[in-house]
Write a protein that binds this ligand. Structure first.
Ligand SMILES: [Zn+2]
Length: 243
């Protein structure tokens, strides 16, 4: 072989070795990357379990139902309740039941109400709900009295237990609101008090006269609703500690 031929052979050999080394290096780098990727995936799957942990249902102290008087009648039409000077009982009671529900919700009570849906629920729907939800501890139906009625509060009850709730509600209202007290009234003709679907303690609370107490019902709705909420909590806490 000539010198030139030897040089070509040496060069070819060097090229083959370089190509082999390059391939080997690239393969090693790729393998390393794959290993790192697999390690990251494992670490991530350890952090985030595939099965999401089940969320525990919130535990409330009590479950109550707050009904805004009237709203929708049995035929699905708007039911104003009593009216005076452009005021409708069904609308006038909404800010009161809203404040009552807000206060209760803030104090770990589960509230089922029509206060935030424009008083859109007929009493029959609520009665069916109460019949199928035995966890409800109390039911308060909030009304006001007609224009010619005397000024003042008048909670209505039928049973002894309902009378205790009526007393608690009335007392809390008179601690917060300057309004006459017409006393508790025994009634036998009201669904809220006497329907067999109502298994919990209930009360129909007449907040005042739509005419002579209108200013209180309008301007002190928040304080009134919160007072009713405090009265209801007092009743529930008494029952709870008595058990
Ligand atoms: Zn009414």
């Amino acid at each position: 072989m000539t010198k030139k031929q030897i040089l070509i052979v040496v060069l070819a050999f060097v090229c083959v070795v370089a190509a082999f080394a390059t391939t080997l290096f690239v393969t090693m780098v790729n393998n390393k990357k794959e290993e790192e990727k697999a390690a990251r995936a494992t670490a991530q799957s350890e952090l985030q379990p595939l099965e999401p942990t089940e969320q525990k249902p919130k535990e409330y102290d009590y479950h109550v139902c707050i009904e805004t008087g009237h709203g929708i009648d049995a035929q699905g039409k708007w039911d104003t309740g009593c009216t005076w000077n452009g005021y409708e009982e069904a609308k006038l009671m909404i800010p009161i039941t809203q404040a009552m529900s807000d206060y209760l919700t803030a104090h770990n009570v589960d509230v089922y109400t029509d206060a935030f849906s424009e008083n859109d629920r007929n009493l029959d729907v609520t009665l069916d709900y109460l019949d199928t939800h035995e966890e409800i501890d109390a039911f308060v139906n909030v009304h006001c009295d007609y224009g010619n009625a005397a000024s003042g509060t008048m909670p209505l009850y039928n049973t002894d237990e309902q009378k205790k709730l009526a007393e608690c509600l009335n007392q809390a209202v008179h601690e917060a609101i300057d309004i006459p007290d017409r006393g508790l009234q025994y009634r036998t003709d009201l669904e809220t008090l006497c329907n067999p679907k109502v298994h919990c303690t209930s009360c129909l609370f007449e907040t005042g006269s739509i005419s002579s107490d209108n200013e209180i019902l309008t301007n002190q709705a928040k304080a009134y609703g919160e007072a009713l909420a405090k009265g209801l909590l007092n009743y529930l806490n008494q029952q709870h500690t008595a058990q």
